[in-house]
Design a protein around this ligand. Structure first.
Ligand SMILES: NC(=O)C1=CN([C@@H]2O[C@H](COP(=O)(O)OP(=O)(O)OC[C@H]3O[C@@H](n4cnc5c(N)ncnc54)[C@H](O)[C@@H]3O)[C@@H](O)[C@H]2O)C=CC1
Ligand SMILES: O=C([O-])CC(=O)C(=O)O
Length: 323
């Protein structure tokens, strides 16, 4: 039996249907409707919806195997992901507190932005409750990889991005997002005159959507695709499938292979390709070996931005503003 929880389930991203036996939806609004809607899909999953009243959060999260968190506000044009911090930091903190109490062994997938700060908040909350397992906490950066695959495929003349593996590392906002085109598999040649624009499009793909939606939010459908891809890999790996690798924003020191990346970057958190397995992130691969000079300078810029974002999250977790 696999129980999955989606917290923030009534939003644009939350309405996805993972491959699970039991799907508990939690949100501050609308979950009865979303749950009824999803329950009509001919899958084996039992779908239930919970609201905060009557301890709905705790009941929804209780003994979950995987908890996906897309709860919180999305961007509007002109905003950075960091502008979401003041509202979303508290939302993520509250949800992780529930997870720590009633589902301490769950794989936790944080989608809520700013991921560069919400994942450190989650780690600190779990540490304070004595249940932090770094191998089971993931910042979801898969949409950056999906975008990179799509945009590289366009330039490389491939039919679809799914023919390519494009590592994207670092964080999940603007210049903290670092695509490694030198490590695309199968390898591609990016013409020099297209390189900078391609990097920029991957780094600011989210802004492209925010602008086009013109006030109606940020990416939801492509994020649902990306979230599903990542969650499904975590679940397949949990069931014993081998060779499943996907980059994710993780706490490096708690994952085999992560220590050397933490040393090289001076950061505790960084998105790196992780090999998934029953324990969660079984191994982190050092993506920095053999990268080009251009990629090295992108990493340097990313590291600076990430340092600030990570510190902001950690400090919020220890000193949340008084209400
Ligand atoms: N990691 C990534 O690649 C991406 C992250 N995002 C982020 O995902 C988040 C959600 O985006 P959307 O679904 O478009 O927003 P949305 O506004 O459509 O949905 C968010 C949902 O969260 C719910 N919510 C608010 N407080 C809550 C709480 N305390 N507990 C449970 N649910 C709560 C809201 O009621 C709403 O239904 C945003 O922060 C957005 O920036 C969006 C796209 C990509
Ligand atoms: O751009 C945003 O705010 C949402 C997001 O994280 C993305 O689409 O990558």
């Amino acid at each position: 039996m696999v129980k999955a929880v989606v917290a923030g389930a009534s939003g644009g991203i939350g309405q996805l249907s993972p491959l699970v036996d039991e799907l508990a939806l939690y949100d501050v609004v609308n979950t009865p409707g979303v749950a009824t809607d999803l329950s009509h899909i001919s899958s084996t999953a039992k779908v239930t919806g919970y609201l905060p009243k009557d301890d709905g959060g705790k009941i929804a999260f209780k003994d979950a195997d995987i908890i996906v968190i897309p709860a919180g506000i999305p961007r509007k044009p002109g905003m950075t992901r960091d502008d979401l911090f003041n509202i979303n930091a508290g939302i993520v903190k509250g949800l992780i507190e529930i997870a720590a109490e009633v589902a301490p062994k769950a794989y936790i997938l944080v989608i809520s932005n700013p991921v560069n700060s919400t994942v450190p908040i989650a780690a600190e909350v779990l540490k304070a409750k004595g249940v932090f397992n770094p191998q089971r906490l993931f910042g979801v950066t898969t949409l950056d990889i999906v975008r990179a695959e799509t945009f590289v495929a366009e330039i490389a003349g491939k039919k679809t991005g799914s023919e390519l593996t494009v590592p994207v590392i670092g964080g999940h906002s603007g210049e903290t997002i670092v695509p490694l085109f030198s490590k695309v598999s199968p390898s591609v040649t990016i013409p020099d005159d297209k390189y900078d624009a391609l990097v920029n499009r991957v780094q600011f793909g989210g802004d492209e959507v925010v602008k086009a939606k013109d006030g109606a939010g940020s990416a939801t459908l492509s994020m649902a695709f990306a979230g599903y891809r990542f969650a499904e890999k975590v679940l397949r790996a949990a069931k014993g499938e081998k060779g499943l690798v996907e980059p994710s924003f993780v706490y490096l020191k708690g994952i085999p292979g992560g220590e050397e990346i933490a040393k090289a970057t001076g950061l505790e958190f960084f998105s790196v390709p992780v090999e998934l397995g029953p324990n969660g992130a079984e191994k982190a691969t050092n993506p920095l070996t053999g990268i080009t000079e251009k990629e090295k300078s992108l990493v340097d810029v990313a590291v600076q931005g990430l340092k600030t974002n990570i510190e902001k999250g950690i400090s919020f977790a220890h000193n949340p503003p008084q209400k």
